[in-house]
Design a protein. Structure first.
Length: 99
């Protein structure tokens, strides 16, 4: 199917628990590597799943990409995986400074 702007993918979540989303998308008519890039980070507290005295949270990510025709799929997937690792490390570092 063709990607639709402002129709974001749905990351996994337990419907019985609250969640908060942070959505992102590429600038419209950008002449970069992607015709469109959009995604969602979803945060969902998990009561009772952390160690005693702690809290636990599920962080999920979903992305949809429409690359330019000249970009190989493996290259795009590799770049997304690399960026995801960098983002998760940055989140870990911020959480560690707040503990």
């Amino acid at each position: 199917r063709e990607l639709a702007r402002y129709v974001f993918p749905r990351p996994f979540a337990l419907s019985s628990l609250p969640h908060k989303d942070v959505s992102m998308q590429s600038v419209e008519d950008d002449d970069g590597e992607f015709r469109m890039y959009q995604g969602v980070w979803r945060m969902q507290p998990l009561p009772g799943c952390g160690p005693p005295g702690s809290e636990a949270m599920r962080l999920t990510y979903a992305v949809e990409v429409s690359p330019r025709p000249y970009l190989p799929v493996a290259l795009v997937e590799g770049r997304i995986a690399q960026d995801l690792c960098s983002n998760l490390k940055a989140i870990r570092d911020i959480v560690a400074t707040r503990e």
